[in-house]
Ligand binder design. Structure first.
Ligand SMILES: NCc1[nH]cc(CCC(=O)O)c1CC(=O)O
Length: 333
């Protein structure tokens, strides 16, 4: 095979991530990459992310190109993928994860401990909002969205060199004391200088799959055994795959969506031991259930069992009602 077509969303983060995967595949012998940028519904629709309804809005159009055979391989942020794998598509590789933590980008070098009472912090994530409020009930959380540079621009006094966030009005620039983002995104974009705190997972557990990528192909690709499929397989990182499998199994059992106030983190230990931490929070941060469960995890089935066991423990303690995702209230964002 002389090369491959690799699909990505058009954001700076997506194209950067995809560039890394393309280069890794090339080095592993897959040939030259042709990059295809796909506009997705999540990139076009404005308004609250919570109002878009359903998960996977970012991935759907890209996935369709793979199914249509126009793209050989798609690169996604794993945490943006719905937990149920669609028919016809397979995750060929989950490369080694980078920093899993959420980070604070605050004005004047402030941190969670030093932000003045009543500071206004932006995030579009119910998980981040709830854990922020649990740690600092005095903060005001503002629902924001947009790509990474757009969100950074809202922090007072922060200076980004060039404006690549034309999609969002400038009237909001500098209207917040801080925002919370995934550290992985800032690191990958070379924007880590703006981070004022990498938040300890004891204070804020990340989203299931945060910091990991999913490299997805049409299922039939696996029937082949060529340079391309071997290159794909070489990108896979076993420890990351098992950790995120446990996190996503927990998510699937608890809620099924990507936007509940639920955090989870699998921490690989020695000799195949995996510890899974999870937290379910009420949206206002006033009530929190945090539990941890560990076990030997050598295969994906073990990771799924661990995720389900911890989810069942949390459900038994009332996690669904706490998060507002119980049957009476319907799926919350
Ligand atoms: N939902 C958007 C999204 N999807 C993946 C990342 C960051 C990179 C990652 O977690 O892998 C981000 C930005 C953010 O949450 O700040």
């Amino acid at each position: 095979m002389s090369g491959f077509r690799i699909g990505t969303r058009g954001s700076a983060l997506a194209t950067t991530q995809t560039g890394h995967v393309a280069e890794a595949l090339r080095r592993a012998g897959a040939g030259e990459a042709q990059t295809i940028i796909v506009k997705t519904e999540g990139d076009v629709v404005t308004g609250s992310l919570a109002s878009l309804g359903g998960t996977g809005v970012f991935a759907a159009a890209l996935r369709q190109r793979v199914l249509d055979g126009e793209v050989d391989v798609a690169v996604h942020s794993l945490k943006d993928l719905p937990v149920l794998q669609p028919e016809g598509l397979s995750i060929a590789a989950i490369p080694a994860r980078v920093d899993v933590r959420d980070v604070l980008v605050a004005r004047d070098g402030l941190t969670l401990d030093t932000l003045p009472t009543g500071s206004v912090v932006g995030t579009g994530s119910p998980r981040r909002a709830a854990q922020l409020l649990a740690a600092r009930p005095d903060l005001k959380v503002k629902d924001i969205r947009g790509n990474v540079p757009t969100r950074l621009r809202r922090v007072k006094g922060l200076e980004l060199e060039h404006d690549d966030s034309a999609s969002v009005g400038r009237e909001h620039a500098g209207d917040l004391d801080a925002v919370v983002l995934a550290g992985a995104g800032l690191d990958r974009l070379g924007l880590e200088r703006f981070i004022t705190e990498r938040i300890d997972p004891m204070v804020m557990l990340p989203a299931p799959g945060q910091g990991a990528l999913a490299v997805e192909v049409a299922t039939g690709t696996f029937a082949r055994d060529d340079e391309f499929t071997r290159a794909l397989a070489s990108l896979d990182d076993d420890a990351t795959r098992l950790a995120v499998t446990a996190e996503r199994a927990l998510l699937n059992r608890l809620e099924g969506g990507c936007a509940a106030p639920l955090g989870a983190l699998g921490l690989p230990g020695r000799a195949g031991f995996l510890r899974l931490d999870a937290v379910a929070v009420s949206p206002d941060g006033s009530r929190m259930l945090r539990r941890s469960l560990g076990g030997e995890v050598l295969f994906e089935a073990d990771a799924v069992a661990l995720g389900h066991a911890l989810a069942d423990e949390l459900l038994g303690l009332g996690a669904a009602g706490l998060m507002g995702t119980g049957p009476a209230e319907g799926g919350a964002k």
